[in-house]
Design a protein around this ligand. Structure first.
Ligand code: PRP
Length: 200
């Protein structure tokens, strides 16, 4: 069994991102001011970049970075903003951009925090949604793909900071093995220079 397999190929991601961008362009075509996309670092960096490139209306983008405190190895829902947005969000139409919504704890915190700043509207777009893992109900208005409870890397999603630059979304079948061998996927993803086929 290969250690990782493609769950969502880059061509499918690209097509879905274009469709999501089209939906956003329509939804925010006649707002008083351009909508503000808030990219939640770090995972949503690739998604945000591709999404905004395909958005066909005037828009603004800003970035927020948060850290979550784990209790006993699990997500506690206690989240701290480590880099805040710089745009004044009062009366703006705000769209939170996530790579994945899992338990919903991060998004729930973010929504509460951003609501306090008085936006005209607040919605969320996520590339991946793992509703099966949800611990708190939280609205997600735009969803790329619903996925099962599997461990995924690629297209911004990481394992210990690695594999974010893989173009496809991969499912890791043997997470315990990856924990023991963090380089496990490297050889098949990026064959070493000496092992590459010579160009013909
Ligand atoms: C991921 C993702 C969300 C959060 C979702 O971030 O980008 O922010 O987890 O999980 P939740 O619904 O269970 O709260 P992560 O903490 O992996 O950080 P990263 O984006 O920097 O990789």
């Amino acid at each position: 069994m290969p250690p990782a397999e493609i769950l969502i190929a880059r061509s499918s991601i690209a097509a879905r991102v274009r469709a999501l961008a089209s939906a956003l362009s329509t939804a925010y075509a006649s707002t008083a001011q351009p909508p503000v996309l808030i990219s939640v670092l770090q995972g949503s960096a690739l998604f945000t970049a591709d999404l905004m490139r395909s958005i066909a209306i005037d828009m603004a983008v800003d970035f927020i970075s948060i850290s979550s405190y784990a209790h006993s190895g699990s997500h506690s829902g206690v989240v701290k903003i480590v880099k805040d947005v710089e745009i004044d969000l009062s009366d703006r139409d705000v769209v939170i951009v996530e790579d994945i919504v899992d338990t919903g704890l991060t998004l729930n915190y973010l929504r509460r925090s951003l609501t306090e700043r008085g936006p005209h509207s607040l919605r969320t777009i996520t590339l991946l949604d793992k509703t099966v893992r949800r611990l708190v109900p939280v609205p997600v208005e735009f969803v790329g793909f619903e996925i099962p409870d599997v461990f995924v890397v690629g297209y911004g999603l990481d394992f210990q900071g690695r594999y974010r630059n893989v173009g496809d979304i991969l499912v890791v079948r043997d997470l315990a093995r990856l924990v023991n061998e963090p380089d496990l996927l490297v050889g098949s993803l990026w064959p070493r220079r000496g092992q590459r086929r010579q160009p013909t």
